[in-house]
Write a protein that binds this ligand. Structure first.
Ligand code: FE2
Length: 214
């Protein structure tokens, strides 16, 4: 075994690449997706928790067809950004989330997926008038640094100060992240539902994906 090559200077180790992007021309697709989700929600009152039940991306529907293309394009860009320049094949496994007043999703990750993501279809603009803590962030999603405790000794202006990344979603926004990242969906404090589509990018395995390691 030979000693590894080394690089003189600064090296950024263990990065976590995350995509947050507002998609253009989403309004028509959002209406189509919303109609489909409402129909599914009427047929199954446990729609969100039966999350593997609807095979959403095998549905041939204009809104879903648009979203499938957007997700695939985003995944292609993600691999390109990582520097992966060989063919990778995957399937999209997706499910709708309908969060009503008070609904939230506690901290979790997405086992057996390579990447995970969410697309936001409808985000409430209203909020019920009630007394809450001043630091609530209704409808937001928070992602946590996968290296627990790295913020412990952080000092001002170093990159490890914040152990969480919070996004306030809006319709047309897509997020994509490595599936091992823990995340939490904050409670909806509106009587309007918050509707999103979550998805997993599950790789179709090939031995070409095996890293060359010494
Ligand atoms: Fe999730």
């Amino acid at each position: 075994m030979t000693a590894p090559e080394w690089q003189d200077g600064f090296v950024n180790l263990w990065p976590t690449t995350f995509v947050q992007r507002k998609l253009a021309g989403h309004a028509e697709a959002d209406r189509e997706i919303q109609n489909l989700v409402r129909e599914m929600d009427r047929a199954n009152r446990d729609l969100t928790t039966d999350y593997l039940e609807p095979d959403l991306f095998n549905v041939d529907q204009p809104g879903i067809n648009w979203l499938r293309t957007q997700i695939n394009d985003t995944v292609v860009e993600y691999f390109r950004y990582l520097g992966i320049d060989y063919a990778v094949n995957w399937t999209i496994q997706g499910w709708p989330n309908v969060n009503r007043f008070g609904d939230y999703h506690d901290t979790h990750n997405h086992p057996r997926a390579y990447l995970s993501g969410t697309y936001y279809v409808k985000v409430p603009k209203t909020r019920e008038r009630q007394k809450n803590r001043g630091d609530v962030r209704p409808g937001c999603i928070t992602f946590y640094d996968p290296r627990p405790g790295v913020n412990m000794n952080a000092i001002k202006d170093d990159p490890y100060v914040d152990p969480e990344h919070t996004v306030s979603p809006e319709p047309g926004m897509i997020l994509l992240w490595p599936a091992f990242i823990n995340h939490f969906v904050h409670p909806n404090l509106s009587k309007e539902p918050r509707i999103s589509i979550s998805f997993n990018i599950v790789l179709k395995w090939s031995d070409d994906y095996l890293p060359e390691q010494t």
